[in-house]
Design a protein around this ligand. Structure first.
Ligand code: ATR
Length: 273
């Protein structure tokens, strides 16, 4: 049977083995998918050992996405734009590095949430790895505007500058205070604030009528960002569980050439939170 795994540290909490096993059963693909604990000092050696033992591909999670980028022989354009890799595919030509996180969030927002980004005013919060991986897929979805805002304004400006030549739309970077007076249709939280049970400190009045507040984080119940967004008038709220399932589906498609139906898998995961 073809072998796949998710590698990270820690890894025992990962939902990826469950998601990919459900995908495999649904599509009739003959594969096994495990969780692999990567020693902090031995990521590359662990990947090579898995590959030598017949592994066909890996998902990569915290803290190895940058090392996975360096390990790959070739990269997809979206992995190059993200500067990080969450999917490795092993073939006769070596190791291909891809990044399916951005495609996953775009698909969750546009298809699952029924909120196409085209023509909308989009605000991306954060300027770390999670935000970076989302910029190119967002620009490709042709929003009316894209503002990247970060607690440390200079990092948002730097990230926006990297994408000034990616297409006709130039993203703008700023700090949170400079958002005052602006309105957005889609607000995406790519900060790690929820990890410390906090929400980004945003000015009031950002949410346009009918707007969506989307948090890349998820958990049982609303995240701190979702609670704050509700109070500030966001019409619709979503956490990032759908993104998790959609990025997995993109990886599965890359490896197997088959796109699984994500809706029943998302429903099962949601029920188990
Ligand atoms: P990740 O890979 O998850 O993006 P990261 O690269 O460490 O993680 O980036 C974390 C992001 O969350 C940064 O944009 C950080 O803002 P700063 O650049 O100002 O540090 C943001 N962040 C973390 N905690 C935050 C908080 N309490 N409020 C607002 N932004 C926060």
């Amino acid at each position: 049977m073809d072998r796949y795994a998710v590698i990270g540290n820690p890894i025992s909490h990962s939902k990826s083995p469950r998601i990919h096993s459900l995908f495999a059963a649904q599509t009739g693909q003959d594969l096994v998918y495990e969780a692999l604990l990567g020693p902090i000092e031995a990521f590359a050696a662990t990947v090579e050992a898995f590959r030598a033992a017949g592994g066909r591909g890996l998902n990569v999670t915290v803290p190895f996405k940058l090392e996975a980028f360096d390990l790959a022989d070739r990269h997809t354009p979206r992995a190059l734009a993200a500067g990080a890799v969450n999917t490795l595919a092993f073939d006769v030509d070596g190791i291909l590095g891809d990044n399916t996180d951005g495609a996953g969030i775009l698909r969750d927002i546009s298809v699952n949430q029924g909120c196409p980004v085209a023509g909308r005013r989009v605000l991306l919060l954060g300027a770390g790895g999670a935000a970076r991986g989302t910029v190119l897929p967002l620009l490709e979805a042709a929003p009316a505007s894209l503002v990247i805002a970060n607690r440390t304004a200079s990092k948002a400006a730097g990230l926006a500058d990297e994408f000034t030549r990616s297409g006709p739309l130039r993203p703008l970077g700023c700090g949170f205070a400079e958002l005052a007076g602006q309105r957005f249709d889609v607000v995406i939280n790519a900060t790690s604030a929820s990890l410390s049970d906090a929400a980004p400190d945003l000015p009031d009045g950002l949410y346009a009528p009918g707007s969506l507040a989307y948090d890349m984080m998820y958990g049982k119940g609303d995240t701190p960002f979702m609670r704050a967004a509700r109070e500030q008038g966001a019409a619709r709220l979503s956490d990032g569980l759908g993104m998790l399932v959609e990025q997995a589906a993109e990886s599965f498609l890359l490896w197997r050439g088959v796109r699984p139906d994500t809706a029943p898998v998302l429903a099962q995961l949601r029920a188990g939170l």
